[in-house]
Design a protein around this ligand. Structure first.
Ligand code: C5P
Length: 393
């Protein structure tokens, strides 16, 4: 793998030399970029000797090759080890005032960031916010650990172990382009079914799981269409987003976009019913019992299953009881290639918190993806879908 190893100016910079050596010994090609601060802790010569390649420290050394663009394009993964509070902030804000931050801004490859800093700086709301921003953008953050710090006290902020950093680099690298050439359609979010101009039927979905699946697909090289119901959660940059409101709108948008898709993922929580006759004017209250006549909405996933030509079709099943049994039944009835099942009986499932997923396919295929953030589950789900399609399981 070609790795750009960015080293920022913290005491943990000396550990980056050992990491660099590990990567070189296993055959990676490593280009080291150092900040001015890093050079105060470790000499560039150390990294040059380890990698047998020039170490880059300045934007201005080789104007003929435009080093930040060349490096950003050549790498499979960019890893910043250690990342100081200052570098984390610059990455989050898109500030590019030295070679390392320019490379990071110009790169379209996965970015792995291993922060190391004083506990107070790590716990500062500014740093927490910047790390959250980076995570939301798909950056892998290798969390620092608790341990002895340069200040001779114990606290959070110690650079993660080399093994964890190497594993994160490998995971990012392996996933980097494995969806290149795929045309992916994802439905996400709730739908709203109008009762009258002021009221609607809807549900608690925020669309987060589908948005994360779309984000992950973009990051892994796919061409992505996201058909998104009403939500305030931001869709990922790089996906074509079609905003819809009702199940009927979502049906129409999805059917045209899925015609040539290689993957279709129905993560939307589509309303199952809509008011039979939405009123053009706001409804008035009446005395006594009132009822609202409902009719079924189109089942988008079942329609995709009925006319699929080569598309790998994935459904979702959120259930409050017997989730897996219902999932298997849906897998067959809707002619799906796989279904991701989650139990929404507890707190889990809705919103932006952690989720648990189990993937089912075929007669008895099953993989438990465990409990994790929806971002991480999206990555694991794509791994599983590629394995199922390639019959590697
Ligand atoms: O049958 P049920 O609604 O539980 O199935 C859930 C799966 O079907 C989800 O993948 C959901 O996105 C999809 N679905 C759909 N259109 C509907 C209802 C559900 O695509 N009208």
């Amino acid at each position: 793998m070609r790795i750009v190893l960015g080293v920022a100016g913290g005491i943990a910079a000396y550990k980056a030399a050992a990491l660099c050596s590990t990567l070189v010994q296993r055959g990676d090609e490593v280009d080291v970029v150092m900040t001015d601060g890093a050079e105060r802790f470790v000499g560039a010569l150390t990294f040059a000797a380890l990698t047998r390649r020039p170490v880059l420290t300045s934007l201005w050394d080789a104007p003929d090759t435009i080093p930040h663009i060349a490096l950003a394009r050549s790498a499979g993964v960019i890893a910043i080890v250690p990342a100081t509070a200052n570098v984390v902030a610059k990455l989050a804000l898109g500030i590019a005032d030295d070679l390392l931050t320019n490379v990071a801004l110009a790169a379209r490859v996965p970015l792995v960031v291993a922060p190391a800093m004083n506990s107070a700086m790590y716990e500062h709301p500014a740093t927490r916010g910047h790390l959250e921003t980076l995570r939301a953008r798909g950056v892998t953050i290798v969390e620092p650990g608790v341990g002895f710090l340069a200040e001779r006290e114990t606290g959070i902020g110690r650079l993660a172990d080399a093994d964890a950093i190497v594993a994160a680099i490998d995971a990012a690298g392996a996933r980097a382009n494995d969806l290149a050439g795929e045309r992916v359609v994802v439905t996400a979010g709730p739908t709203r079914e109008a009762i009258d101009p002021a009221r609607y039927l809807s549900n608690a979905s925020t669309g987060t799981m589908g948005i994360e699946l779309a984000r992950e697909a973009v990051a892994r090289g796919a061409d992505v269409d996201l058909v998104l119901g009403p939500t305030t959660v931001e869709p990922p940059a790089g996906a074509r987003v079609t905003r819809v409101v009702s199940a009927d709108d979502m049906y129409a948008a999805t059917m045209t976009r899925a015609a040539h898709a290689t993957f279709a993922l129905a993560a939307a929580a589509v309303a199952d019913w809509r008011p039979a006759e939405p009123s053009a004017e706001k409804r008035k209250k009446h005395d006594g019992d009132e009822s609202l006549a409902l009719v079924r909405t189109p089942d988008i996933l079942a329609a995709l299953g009925a006319r699929k030509n080569g598309t790998f079709l994935v459904g979702f099943a959120a259930e409050t009881q017997d989730a897996e049994a219902y999932g298997r039944e849906k897998l067959q009835r809707k002619h799906l290639d796989a279904i991701a099942v989650n139990d929404v009986s507890g707190e889990r499932g809705f919103g932006t918190g952690d989720n648990s997923l189990v993937v089912l396919w075929g007669a008895d295929g099953r993989r438990d993806l465990g409990t994790a953030s929806k971002r991480e589950l999206a990555a694991r789900l794509w791994d599983a879908l590629l394995d199922v399609r390639a019959k590697r399981v």
